[in-house]
Write a protein that binds this ligand. Structure first.
Ligand code: SF4
Length: 718
């Protein structure tokens, strides 16, 4: 066969690097960075540069789900079934449960790894056709606090900065993020910028001294969960030093006086006590922040995965508003997305509390606008269940059917005991997946084979609001279908079984191509903050584009709020007068360690792809709990000794390892290993898998994002 090259996008992190896929038309044979893609200019990290190997690995090919399968009953071996029979059964079961118990008896749990087009159809299926807002996504575990923080302060879920700002900053402030491992190509850009400008300072606030922290001019090893106090402490010092931009505050914001009164109490001594850091280090950070003419803050899960997630995000944005460090080259708060398309999912409203084009489910006008766009009588007013709530409701028997697409909640959600109970109790579970052997697949009544990277066609949006094309290089294997196609085929069958929703009787799902779906989404953005009515697939064929790009514009906008106007009713940003609150589960005598979780450089999520390639274990070969040398000695441990790690919800046995990154009384476990490698039991003896056997389901009250970054645990030699 002839060699072919296909330009596409890496399916891993939110940097959104462009790739060139080499194939022979049937098999992917190589991958390299796309030199013309503005996210990476040809660079790829270890994960991206081995994509072709994971696609071609025999073990991955064996792990693929190649045809629909059905279980006659729970515990039975799944048997092959035709697509028509599978989707007819799914439509019959959903229609029956909706008819008997109402639309909120079903739920959809989808993924930030779906493409924007997939997301759009699932969202319309739930909210437009069935009439339930019970659709949420693993992006809830990733970005929902950033969404809530932006909306609370700036008025819209729109990251104001862009990657190029790294080259214009005088100070880069990284909080709760480890881009050296989680966003490697962006980190290379930071390293380049420091080489080009030795005056560029780097301050890192992180409980661990990660590779990113080790490279910083100043590392603030704050105690887990104390970020709000840190940011308020910095603002207190900036006020004291006269480093506040009163003109900017006067012209472009509201609410500074209330915040000023709040931060008065966050004296350096008090903040040093709460955060467990040196007072001098805090003062140094404030001096650098105040003296910098352009400060760029990069942040990720350390802020988001917290019961104070929204407050942490808002408190950091406060610092930028108070100093006028926003809307200028090199300046602004910039949330980094964990997943490849958490942004695209937010854009189409694919979360329980959102609607298309950054509209709010709780807003009656927004619901009416979306109902008009879709041609349905209404969009339901009842709030949907967010990720953790959805599985808790299923465990109580309130949600009776779950449709899970492209994600593995039986490993990735906190409090695994409840998740497993939920999946067992559900009357009908559909799992739509590329891979057959995930922990969640073992609960499926129906398993539907989906396409994956290298086969899919559509779009994704990266952290800097840049929409890129994802293109197929090879045909789907076996009977696998695209996620949007599966959702459309199911939705059309369900339409025939439920009372017609469209007033003109036409189908709500007339799509034959991903472009047709994207065009409908594009129209829904008209006049909104993310207006892309000037964008088209044809334009994206030429180059990826940032939003907004309204009709008539020739290119997207690199950074937002340059004119000081914000998408609020009066155009002014709002300071959030938030207070510091401790973690949900503080350490105590019974559980004396603070457990945090996170990513390794060379692995991705539940390892369904990266876990298949031996060379990606060269960096870290096996799961372990990392501890400070002092704690290792106190517990009588040597590297490799097995320990029993227990929280109030479950326990695991795994090796312990001394780490120079972890502070005393803290423990760190990577998030990747699950069922086959890291199993344990719940407090009541049920089997549970991976680090989320230990984590807490406690959520931020505003974003409903769970506190995956902190749980109290005890550790003892096994
Ligand atoms: Fe892929 Fe992220 Fe690596 Fe880029 S930095 S190659 S998007 S994993």
């Amino acid at each position: 066969m002839t060699a072919r090259e296909t330009r596409s996008t890496c399916p891993y992190c939110g940097v959104g690097c462009g790739v060139v896929i080499e194939s022979d038309g049937a098999r992917i044979t190589g991958v390299r960075g796309d030199p013309e893609h503005p996210a990476n200019f040809g660079r790829l990290c270890t994960k991206g540069s081995t994509l072709h190997l994971t696609a071609a690995a025999p073990v991955i090919r064996q792990a693929r789900l190649l045809g629909p399968q059905r279980r006659a009953h729970r515990g039975a071996t799944p048997q092959p079934v035709g697509w028509d029979a599978a989707l007819d059964e799914a439509a019959d079961r959903f229609a029956d449960l909706i008819g008997r118990h109402g639309p909120d008896a079903v739920g959809f749990y989808v993924s930030g790894q779906l493409l924007t087009e997939d997301y759009y159809v699932f969202n319309k299926l739930a909210k437009g056709l069935i009439g339930t807002n019970n659709i949420d996504t693993n992006s809830r575990l990733c970005m929902s606090s950033a969404v809530a923080g932006y909306k609370q302060t700036l008025g819209a879920d729109a990251p104001p900065a862009c990657y190029d700002d790294v080259n214009h900053a005088e100070l880069i402030f990284i909080a709760g993020a480890n881009p050296a491992h989680a966003h490697p190509v962006l980190f290379r850009r930071i390293e380049d910028a420091r080489r080009a400008n030795p005056q560029l300072r780097l301050v890192v606030a992180d409980p661990r001294r990660t590779e990113t922290g080790a490279m910083a001019d100043l590392h603030l090893p704050l105690l887990p969960g104390t970020d709000v106090a840190l940011f308020h402490g910095l603002l207190h010092l900036l006020l004291w030093d006269g480093r506040i931009d009163h003109g900017y505050i006067e012209r472009h914001t509201h609410g500074f006086e209330a915040l000023k009164a709040t931060v008065r109490d966050y004296t350096p001594r008090e903040v040093a006590r709460i955060c467990g850091i040196d007072e001098a280090a805090l003062v140094q950070a404030a001096q650098w922040f105040g003296a910098s003419r352009a400060t760029l803050s990069l942040y990720c899960q350390g802020l988001n995965q917290s019961t104070s997630g929204t407050a942490k995000n808002a408190a950091l944005v406060n610092l930028h508003l108070a100093t006028g460090q926003i809307g200028r080259p090199g300046a602004g708060p910039f949330s980094l997305t964990g997943q490849p398309n958490a942004m695209g999912g937010r854009e189409v409203g694919g979360l329980a509390n959102l609607l298309s084009a950054h509209r709010d489910q709780a807003n009656p006008e927004h619901r009416a606008e979306v109902a008009r766009l879709w041609g349905v009588p209404d969009v339901p007013a009842t709030p949907g269940r967010t990720a953790v709530e959805m599985f808790e409701a299923a465990a109580r028997g309130e949600i009776k059917a779950l449709w899970i697409a492209c994600t593995n909640p039986a490993q990735s959600l906190p409090d695994q005991r409840t998740v497993h109970r939920a999946l067992e109790r559900c009357e009908f579970v559909v799992v739509q997946e590329a891979f057959a052997g995930t922990a969640t697949a073992s609960y499926a009544d129906l398993l539907l084979p989906a396409t994956t990277w290298g086969e899919k066609d559509g779009t994704v949006t990266n952290s800097e609001r840049r929409i890129s094309r994802v293109r197929p290089a090879v045909p789907p294997p076996g009977q696998a279908r695209h996620d949007w196609q599966v959702a459309v085929d199911f939705a059309r069958r369900l339409e025939a079984r439920l009372p017609r929703r469209r007033t003109d009787g036409a189908t709500l799902f007339p799509y034959e191509t991903p472009e047709a779906i994207w065009n409908e989404h594009r129209e829904s953005t008209r006049g909104r903050d993310l207006d892309i009515t000037g964008m088209s697939y044809a334009m994206l064929e030429r180059a990826p584009q940032q939003w907004p790009l309204p009709e008539g514009a020739s290119h997207g906008r690199a950074r937002l709020y340059e004119d000081g106007r914000f998408p609020t009713p009066d155009g002014r940003a709002r300071f959030a007068d938030v207070k510091y609150a401790p973690v949900a589960e503080p350490r105590d005598a019974r559980y004396p360690f603070s457990l945090t979780t996170g990513r390794l450089r060379d692995q991705w999520h539940g390892m369904s792809r990266t876990g298949m390639l031996g060379r990606l274990f060269g960096h870290v070969a096996e799961p372990a709990v990392e501890l400070h040398a002092r704690d290792m000695a106190r517990l009588g441990l040597r590297d490799g000794d097995l320990v029993h790690v227990a929280s109030r919800r479950g326990a695991l046995v795994l090796p312990a390892r001394t780490s120079g990154e972890v502070a005393p009384a803290q423990a760190w476990i990577p998030m990747h290993w699950g069922e086959e490698f890291l199993s344990g039991c719940s407090e009541s003896g049920e089997p549970v898998y991976g680090v989320n056997a230990l984590t807490t389901p406690a959520c931020c009250p505003h974003s409903r994002q769970p506190e995956l970054k902190h749980a109290a645990v005890r550790i003892a030699k096994a």
